[in-house]
Design a binder for this molecule. Structure first.
Ligand code: BTN
Length: 308
């Protein structure tokens, strides 16, 4: 587009257009200026810009308010603080990198630049025992968004790991504040390994982890993926509030755990048996070899290959 046309459309001078072009170049955009023709964007940088997230989002609740940070200790911790201070439902906290990212079962979530780290404030009017289903709802949204945006067959490992070719690409961590039997607020945290270099991870987790870029064979547009996650979360969260059985049905379609022989560790007791299904509250139902049925609320699942 010519500088003149840009100036007219934006209602600014040609000099201001030039200044903005220079500032976009400093942000990492590749811009070609062809004399007597105009400017052309040739490459876009892999940065998240808060102003790019909202346009065209069209969600009812999720992402109505966005807090973007280049760096934060943990988006979950900040979102919990904002929720306690009255942040509205759907508030999104997103950061380029985390210095104290939190994983499940007290683990760390290594958070270099190039990935997605986000947390969403939710205020569902549901009984507390239904709260774990929020994580399953988030997992359905993330797996669907990866399928739509990247064309990759993302699956869910109980309770909420997103896998690609048996390797983890994303994890979800839900935190809750409640009093007696009433939920004050829930924060749904999502970490996705998108474009980072695998060398950023410690060797012990590298072999169990992958990135979307590595699986797709090309860098992923993080803004487009983020927008799709917010849209899918908006849709599935509404469905969850209307009828949680529908979410469970979709979770079952996407899950790779049920039907396999598994071990569960990190739970109250270590178990081995057949993953028979999930109950109405999202707990894993395991049939032990002596026929006993156990339901598990939390833990790490490993699929035992070659045995049923
Ligand atoms: C897991 O252990 O699989 C859960 C990982 C959750 C990581 C995300 S990144 C954004 C949000 N902020 C955090 O500190 N943790 C979650």
């Amino acid at each position: 587009m010519s500088g003149e046309e840009l100036a007219r459309k934006c209602g600014i001078s040609r000099t201001m257009v030039w200044k903005h072009i220079k500032s976009l170049e400093r942000e990492g955009f590749g811009i070609e200026a062809v004399p007597s023709q105009g400017y052309k964007i040739t490459t876009t940088p892999d940065i998240l810009r808060p102003g790019d997230i909202k346009p065209g989002l069209k969600t009812a609740v999720i992402g109505k308010k966005i807090q973007f940070l280049p760096e934060v200790a943990s988006t979950n911790t900040l979102a919990m603080e904002m929720a306690a201070d009255g942040a509205p439902e759907g508030t999104l906290v997103i950061a380029e990198t985390q210095t104290g990212g939190k994983g499940r079962l007290g683990r760390k979530w290594i958070s270099p630049k190039g990935n997605l780290y986000l947390s969403v404030v939710l205020r569902p009017n549901i009984p507390i025992h239904k709260a774990p289903l929020i994580t399953l709802t988030g997992a359905v949204a993330v797996a669907s968004a990866i399928r739509t945006t990247c064309g990759l067959k993302a699956g869910i490992k109980w309770p909420n790991d997103i896998l690609l070719s048996d390797k983890k690409v994303s994890g979800l961590l839900t935190e809750m504040s409640a009093e007696q039997d009433r939920i004050r607020h829930i924060v749904l945290g999502i970490g996705i390994d998108v474009n980072m270099e695998m060398g950023e991870l410690p060797p012990e987790v590298r072999s169990l982890t992958t990135t979307l870029a590595a699986e797709a064979g090309a860098k992923i547009n993080r803004t487009a993926l983020l927008q799709q996650i917010l849209r899918d979360l908006d849709r599935w969260y509404q469905k969850f509030l209307d009828n949680d059985a529908e979410v469970l049905e979709e979770w079952k379609k996407l899950n790779t755990t049920v039907g396999n022989r598994i071990t569960v560790s990190g739970a109250r007791e270590a178990l081995e048996g057949l993953a028979q299904g999930v109950d109405r509250d999202g707990r894993l139902v395991v049939r032990l070899d002596d026929g006993t049925i156990r339901t598990v609320a939390a833990g790490d699942v490993t699929i035992v290959k070659g045995k049923i």
